[in-house]
Design a binder for this molecule. Structure first.
Ligand code: G6P
Length: 471
């Protein structure tokens, strides 16, 4: 064990910072994108913790350093590791499999070997810096073998695991050639968190089908030496730092920027907004289809309504993502070609990611927010939109296949596969009277502010403490 040891260690594929090389050739670190970072950053700042993860580029070997009160411990990945563990097994096997096989998963033994060896490296890095009896919180599908590997090395640790993405029904999960190893890996944790009750239920069913362990409610009895350990597997729906997001939206410069955005768009009656990583789980094609048909039907018209679609670049070396980009951009081009005028575009398409201030301004500028995911663990964008709307205005159209729909019940809930229903919901959103918008938004805002990310982490960490007390 090294001299530097920490009582609280987070392990995730991505670090909260990205390695960047500036134009002048010097290297540095910037905040990295993604819901996970947004969710965990406030917790890490308030505890004296260490964060073990990958810097986002191959073949870096940086020493641990301090960043904004967080000890950052980079785990290097080779070019092959990035290709086979990250792009391959994580994002071309597990990601499509866990999102209901919206895209076909690929199964390759070489990818699995890299997944196992990289998980081993993350476990070793965490074991080396965790203080005696420390708490280690492992995040997400990229690192499902880490809990068991950690427990084997360091039985003194209290180990949590949180799955940010859905856990699929057994009929789908059972395709995975390494289905038992993954379940055993995750069961190395004391507490296993999921976004939705359905995800926790799917996991418990997979345990019962694959292993001779008994489950009682949310507890699974896992053999341990001569006896057994109690593992808790239950939902802990993740959230955002709602107060910080609202504070951002209240800033005069952000409000001025929102007004500027509307004016730059030609002051239409209705601004509709989609904000997604460019990912096939997000249902961007379904949303574009519905919008295109509404324009063709004459139910909405260019000039009165504009759709701003932010599609932030993601996993661009994975073939399915390349194809998706082509499909989305073809569709956007067609709709704009058919319906835009010299002065007004039907869709303003932005293939960038933006800073948080600009996102908050976009949320304030948007009368209607479209979240049409075909499957999504939670969807923090939906919660960010709600948190930004301190004016209690704006309509959220939300897919029932996003975890957020369990909580945001006064959104206009839609099935994105039902294009007719989606079109109706969009028209309803465009026409919704102010008092109804206020009533629905108020209910959602209360939920998001009561159940913010601090509530999420506090609830999870309390469950971990209980596990330790039982221990
Ligand atoms: C989802 C996953 C995260 C991941 C993020 C961005 O939110 O649950 O684990 O970090 O997507 O994806 P990326 O592959 O760029 O890290």
């Amino acid at each position: 064990m090294s001299d530097d040891s920490y009582d609280f260690v987070v392990v995730s594929n991505r670090l909260p910072v990205d390695h960047v090389v500036h134009d002048d050739g010097t290297a540095g670190w910037t905040q990295s994108p993604g819901g996970l970072v947004t969710a965990l950053e406030p917790i890490m700042r308030s505890t004296d913790g260490a964060w073990v993860g990958w810097a986002g580029k191959p073949d870096l070997d940086d020493a641990p350093f301090d960043s904004d009160g967080i000890r950052v411990v980079p785990v290097p990945l080779s070019t092959d590791d990035v290709q086979y563990y990250y792009e391959g097994f994580s994002n071309d096997t597990l990601w499509p499999l866990y999102h209901d096989v919206i895209a076909p998963p690929s199964y390759h033994r070489l990818w699995w070997e890299h997944y196992s060896s990289v998980n081993r490296r993350f476990a070793d890095a965490a074991a080396a810096i965790a203080a005696p009896n420390a708490t280690v919180w492992v995040q997400d599908y990229q690192l499902q073998l880490v809990p068991k590997m950690l427990r084997q090395q360091r039985p003194d640790l209290t180990i949590g695991f949180f799955n940010h993405i859905p856990f699929p029904p057994y009929g789908i999960y059972s395709q995975l050639p390494w289905r038992t190893q993954i379940i055993e890996g995750v069961l190395g944790a004391d507490v296993i968190g999921f976004q939705r009750t359905a995800d926790a239920g799917n996991f418990a069913r997979a345990v019962r089908r694959l292993l001779p362990y008994s489950t009682r409610g949310t507890t699974i009895l896992v053999p341990d030496g001569d006896g057994s350990r109690e593992v808790v597997a239950r939902p802990f729906p993740i959230s955002i730092d709602a107060e910080a997001f609202e504070e951002l939206a209240r800033r005069p410069e952000v409000q001025a920027r929102a007004a500027q955005i509307r004016s730059d768009l030609g002051d239409p009656q209705t601004v509709m907004l989609g904000v997604d990583r460019l990912d096939y789980t997000k249902g961007i094609g379904h949303r574009l289809k519905a919008f295109g048909e509404l324009l063709a039907d004459g139910a909405v018209s260019v000039g009165d309504v504009v759709l701003v679609q932010v599609a932030s670049p993601s996993r661009e070396r994975v073939e399915t993502y390349r194809q998706l980009r082509d499909e989305v951009e073809l569709t956007v081009g067609r709709i704009n070609g058919d319906f835009s005028t010299i002065s007004h575009q039907a869709i303003s398409y932005l293939h960038h990611s933006f800073p948080r201030e600009e996102m908050a301004a976009l949320f304030l500028a948007a009368d209607v927010m479209l979240v049409t995911a075909l499957r999504d663990g939670m969807n923090l964008v939906a919660k960010e939109y709600v948190a930004a709307r301190f004016d209690e205005d704006g309509v959220l159209v939300l897919s029932e296949f996003a975890g957020a729909s369990d909580e945001l019940k006064t959104a206009l809930l839609i099935n994105p596969h039902d294009i007719g229903g989606l079109k109706q919901a969009i028209v309803q959103a465009v026409r919704m009277p102010r008092n109804e918008r206020r009533r629905r938004m108020r209910t959602m805002r209360k939920r998001v502010s009561d159940n913010d990310v601090l509530h999420w982490s506090a609830t999870f960490l309390a469950a971990l403490r209980e596990a330790r007390a039982r221990g």
